[in-house]
Structure formats: structure tokens, C-alpha cells
Ligand binder design. Structure first.
Ligand code: ATP
Length: 361
């Protein structure tokens, strides 16, 4: 069993986590819900030994005090962390990433067995075992990250917002795979903003607010608690009386989000998903494109591209290309394209905020 008592973390003078005490047993799923900046990642990192915990903090694994031990010893004690950024090696293949996870002594004898388990849990990874991870989708990368953690033969698997950036359907599949892991006897501690889906698979839950644990109960009780519904489920109660806008996706309504532009804890992944649909460029591609224009102006007065990284034939080193590359043309033409693109982005954003078209309220 993983147990923490009074775990506190300061960043300089900022008290990010104050006396957090939890328990996670083998074969159960425990979720910690909290808004942005509540201290969820800090807590996981403190347990994993990545972020130092204050004096007085205690972390125990199966009764052994593992507080302040280095991260590799925490892994040897049976605790694996899937961090928010997934922490996988994008240039390595699926299989190479997975084998890296089997490096701890505790895992070496189980390497083949664990690889089979990971491949049966995520058959897609077996199909793509030799594929470089940077060519894979967000959902597939999350599978690699979880698979790699499973290769360390953990007793407790900790996951930092595994549903982040995934569509509701993919998150649902991912959460279902966590129940399969739980059934093998592994304890799962996940921190999430996706309250609806995580509470649906969890046995118990904690609420974290501003560095403090403010509640703890069974997942069922939390899912039906009015405060939790208000704070983490997007005001599902209000929605039941007012109804949701007709243009709003049914799956999001089912997930308890009552408006396409509601800034709720549970709506973050959905918002990102819709933004990707509206604007076919990532922010980094837009920034790369704008930088290319600027440096071309400075260096030679010649422009290599706008909105897209320079193509490789022009010496560009960017790996990714936008899904709809912009025309090439004169620097003046491209600057006006950038203007036009920004105008289109603004129009798309306005349209997203007002799906009924043109009306403002
Ligand atoms: P999110 O859901 O956005 O990831 P979180 O609940 O995981 O949020 P943390 O990342 O743990 O929150 O951050 C808790 C607080 O500590 C925030 O105010 C954050 O700005 C701050 N913080 C986190 N890491 C550091 C750091 N390395 N240095 C200073 N402050 C930090």
C-alpha cells in the first residue's frame, strides 16, 4: 500500500502542497481531482522523489519509509509515474521505449511477461512496435507512456492527467484500460481534471484545492456530491434545468459540460480538441512561420514561408508540416496572408463562441 502523511512542498516561498495524506491500496483506483495549479502534479512528483518534500512529510510503500529517497529507489520500491508530459523518447521506437521501462532490478526478470501484458492491453503498440514514437498520435503516445511504466513492474501506478489532450472517446478507452491494469492487482493513483470519466472508473477519490485536500470519499459519493458536480462536472445540475445549446456535441453534454466554451475543469481536453478542428495549425507551427518571415526580412529581405515551417528544400529543419501549407509568394503577399490567417482565426474563434452564427448575447 502507498501511504502519504502530511506531505508538503514549497517552491521558494510558495506553499504548493500542504500536509497531503492519502492511501492507495493494491487493486484499487484512486483519483485526485483538482483544478489547474491545485498542486496535483506537485504531489505526484513529491511521492516519486522528483520534487523534494518538506521535513515532516512521510511517504510509505508497504510500510517502508521511502520519503526523500531518489527517484530510482522509489521505482525499485514499486511506484511508477506517468508524468503529464509523458516523458517518452520521441526518436526511439515503441519497443525501445518499453524496454527502457524494464531497467529497474525489480522488473528485469519479468521483462518478457510484462511486454506481453502491455501488448495485450494495447494491441496497437504490438502492431507498431518498430515505429518511432514521434510519428504516433497523442493517444498512442499515452499508451507508450503507460506501457513503459508497466514495464517497471509497479505495485502502484501513478498517472498525471492521462486524458489531457485526448478526445472524449479516446479518454474513455484509456480509462477502461486502467481498469484492466487494476484487475491485475496494481493500485492506480491518478490525478485528473476529467472528473466524469475518472470518477466512473475509480473506487475512491480525493479533492485537492489550492494545495489542501478538502474532501475524500468513495467515487460514487463524490460523483453525486453537489459541490463536486458544481466544481468539477461543469454544473451538470444547472444544465438539467436549462438544457444545453443545440449545436453542442452530445458526447460533451454527456460528459457533464454544458457549453462549448465553458471554462470548466472538465472541459479542458474538449476545448483543445475543438481548437484543433477549427485551426489546422499548431501554435508552434504558427510561431515558426512568423519567425521564418521575420528572420527572412532581417537576413536577406527574402521570405521563405508564412504560417508554415520552411520546406526542407529551402534548408528548413522543422520536422512537422502544417496540414494545409500556405501558398508561397512574395514577402508582401505572405505578410498579407498572415494577416488574413489571423483574421480567419479570430472569425473561427468568434464562431466557436457563438455557434448560432453572428448573434451576440
Ligand atoms: P495542472 O492541472 O495545471 O497541471 P496542478 O494541479 O498539477 O496543475 P502543479 O503543477 O502541481 O498544479 O502546481 C501547483 C502550484 O505550484 C502552481 O501554482 C504552480 O505554478 C506552482 N509550481 C509548480 N511547479 C513549480 C516550480 N517548479 N517552481 C515554482 N512554482 C511551481
Amino acid at each position: 500500500m502507498l501511504e502519504t502523511e502530511n506531505v508538503s512542498v514549497f517552491y521558494g516561498r510558495h506553499h504548493a502542497l500542504e500536509k497531503a495524506s492519502i492511501k492507495v491500496d493494491r487493486g484499487e483506483i484512486v483519483v485526485m481531482l483538482g483544478a489547474n495549479g491545485a498542486g496535483k502534479s506537485t504531489f505526484l512528483r513529491a511521492i516519486a522523489g522528483v520534487t523534494p518534500a518538506m521535513e515532516g512529510s512521510v511517504v510509505r510503500m508497504d510500510g517502508d519509509d521511502i520519503t526523500h529517497r531518489p527517484p530510482y529507489e522509489i521505482v525499485e520500491a514499486g511506484i511508477a509515474l506517468v508524468p503529464e508530459d509523458r516523458g517518452i523518447f520521441a526518436d526511439l521506437t515503441v519497443e525501445e521505449n518499453l524496454f527502457l521501462g524494464a531497467n529497474p532490478k525489480r522488473a528485469r526478470a519479468y521483462e518478457a511477461e510484462n511486454l506481453d501484458k502491455v501488448f495485450s492491453l494495447f494491441p496497437k503498440l504490438a502492431e507498431r512496435r518498430t515505429q518511432a514514437v514521434h510519428t504516433m498520435s497523442g493517444g498512442e503516445r499515452q499508451m507508450v507512456a503507460i506501457g513503459r511504466a508497466m514495464m517497471s513492474h509497479p505495485t502502484i501506478l501513478m498517472l498525471d492527467e492521462p486524458s489531457l489532450g485526448l478526445s472524449p472517446l479516446l479518454s474513455k478507452e484509456l480509462f477502461q484500460s486502467l481498469t484492466v491494469i487494476k484487475d491485475t492487482g496494481v493500485g492506480i493513483f491518478l490525478v485528473e481534471q476529467n472528473a466524469k470519466q475518472s470518477l466512473a472508473i475509480a473506487d475512491r477519490g480525493y479533492l485537492l484545492d489550492n494545495g489542501h485536500i478538502t474532501g475524500a470519499d468513495t467515487a460514487h459519493a463524490l460523483a453525486n456530491d453537489q459541490q463536486v458536480i458544481k466544481a468539477y462536472l461543469g454544473g451538470a445540475e444547472a444544465k438539467a434545468t436549462t438544457g444545453a445549446p443545440a449545436a453542442f456535441p452530445t458526447e460533451d453534454r454527456a460528459a457533464g459540460i454544458d457549453s462549448p466554451h465553458a471554462i470548466t475543469a472538465g472541459n479542458r481536453a474538449g476545448l483543445r480538441q475543438r481548437t484543433n478542428d477549427i485551426i489546422p495549425f499548431s501554435i508552434s507551427e504558427l510561431v515558426d512561420g512568423a519567425s521564418a518571415v521575420q528572420s527572412a526580412h532581417f537576413n536577406s529581405g527574402r521570405v521563405e514561408g508564412v504560417g508554415a515551417p520552411p520546406p526542407p528544400t529551402n534548408g528548413g529543419s522543422h520536422k512537422s508540416q502544417p496540414s494545409a501549407p500556405l501558398d508561397t509568394g512574395s514577402s508582401v503577399g505572405r505578410s498579407s496572408e498572415l494577416q488574413q490567417m489571423l483574421a480567419e482565426m479570430e472569425a473561427a474563434a468568434a464562431n466557436a463562441l457563438n455557434p448560432r452564427g453572428g448573434e451576440t448575447s
